[in-house]
Design a binder for this molecule. Structure first.
Ligand SMILES: Cc1cc2nc3c(=O)[nH]c(=O)nc-3n(C[C@H](O)[C@H](O)[C@H](O)COP(=O)(O)OP(=O)(O)OC[C@H]3O[C@@H](n4cnc5c(N)ncnc54)[C@H](O)[C@@H]3O)c2cc1C
Length: 379
């Protein structure tokens, strides 16, 4: 069962399905093996305005509701989770600008995306992953500029980004309240990106370090007030977790789809393997996890679309969906038997792709911390 979406989005979804079947699914195997960013696929996605889903209508974008966007993103994720992560990377970079930026900043970043450009959100540092508030990157104010120094790591889309949202400490002694967020544009002297990480999965998404060496950033590029960077980053992560969960649902569903087809084709002991109850129950558990994941995502989206707080719901959806995607991929491989372990078949890639959904945008341990604390504060 899918989401209930608008008629306009139903039309777009049809085109997206074609794009997924005819282009993404056909091409990603090669790109996955090479670990290469599939530019032709992203050029097509840009042409179809899929990289602009998060740009509000008032800034010239599609301005889709979260539920409409979820249907599109899930479809892309079913074809390839890495492509969905890349496309969503623009939303991840734009969100802090929409939360904390002024009109001029919003317009500039939206225009970049509308013109086919990319954004990156740079919070994580080599010594500040889960403990994201403990970053070492500094921003020292000198007249009308801040001078940024530090290193960010594992930044999605960094190698192709035209703008970066970078967090840096403006007042380390204030802890997380001493963090600020800045817009840094590609080409600013002192800004560079590291090598493309050779990753286990989502290999069609590009991930690199971002290095800041005496980067001179005008004061007008600060997002919001000094000291609000951590708050902005956490609000951004609420949304990012919801999108992680949506992509996770796509992965869950793809595992079900692949396993259900294979289980009808493969015959052992004189009958299709789905007729063996152990296989049938595995398929049932995979389906249950997929539907439960989608329902959790829908609950978070309902709140987000209504403009209400959804931190806990996004954490629950991200955590459950990430765990479900990994388990569904493990089960899909089991149903494929030895063939599931071979790169000739699609399901081993699903496990490699699924694993990251327990790690990024806050590990699942961090999600459980968020939820656990809220359970206690509510009782
Ligand atoms: C492919 C990829 C793309 C990414 N994209 C981005 C991006 O675009 N922008 C960005 O800013 N970051 C990005 N990240 C970074 C990602 O969010 C971090 O990797 C993640 O938050 C975990 O940080 P870490 O890797 O430093 O792990 P660590 O913080 O070192 O954690 C290691 C282990 O310890 C556990 N742990 C740590 N603290 C606790 C605790 N208090 N309680 C329980 N367990 C704990 C963790 O759950 C984990 O299992 C990306 C990462 C990857 C791999």
């Amino acid at each position: 069962m899918g989401y209930i979406i608008s008629d306009d989005t139903k039309e777009l979804l049809k085109d997206v399905k074609e794009f997924c079947d005819n282009e993404i699914k056909e091409q990603v195997k090669e790109y996955d093996i090479k670990g290469e960013w599939p530019k032709p696929i992203y050029d097509m996605a840009t042409e179809m305005q899929l990289t602009m889903m998060d740009v509000p209508e008032e800034y010239g974008g599609l301005g889709l509701s979260h539920i409409d966007q979820a249907a599109i993103v899930e479809e892309i994720a079913k074809a390839d989770a890495g492509v969905a992560v890349t496309i969503n990377g623009n939303g991840l970079a734009l969100k802090p600008v929409l939360i904390a930026g002024n009109d001029e900043q919003k317009k500039k970043c939206c225009d970049i995306i509308l013109n086919g450009g990319w954004g990156a959100f740079a919070l994580t540092e080599p010594d500040a992953g889960c403990d994201a508030g403990n970053g070492k990157t500094t921003a020292v104010k000198e007249g009308d500029y801040y001078i940024l120094n530090g290193r960010k790591c594992f930044i999605t889309n960094a190698q192709v980004a035209d703008f970066f949202v970078v967090t840096a400490m403006t007042n380390k002694q204030f802890g997380t309240k001493g963090m600020s967020a800045f817009l840094v544009y590609k080409g600013t002297p002192g800004l560079s990106v590291g090598n493309h990480e050779n990753k286990m999965g989502i290999r069609t998404s590009i991930t690199s370090d971002v290095i800041l060496e005496d980067v001179k950033v005008p004061v007008e590029n600060r997002l919001g007030e000094e000291g609000t960077g951590f708050y902005t980053a956490m609000k951004t992560l609420d949304l990012a977790r919801m999108w992680c969960a949506v992509i996770g649902v796509g992965l869950c569903q793809r595992c079900v789809d692949e396993a259900a087809v294979y289980a009808q084709q493969r015959v052992q002991f004189g009958k299709p393997i789905w007729k063996h109850q152990a296989v049938q129950f595995k398929l049932a558990d995979m389906e249950i996890r997929t539907e439960a994941s989608r329902a959790l995502v829908a609950a978070a989206i309902r709140l987000a679309d209504a403009g209400l707080a959804y931190t806990n719901e996004a954490s629950a959806a991200k955590c459950f969906t990430g765990d479900s995607a990994v388990q569904n991929a493990v089960d899909a491989i089991q149903i494929f038997g030895g063939y599931g372990y071979s790169r000739e078949y699609p399901v081993e890639k699903l496990l490699r792709d699924a694993k990251i959904f327990q790690i990024f945008e806050g590990t699942n341990e961090i999600q459980r911390m968020v939820i656990g604390r809220s359970v206690i504060s509510n009782h």
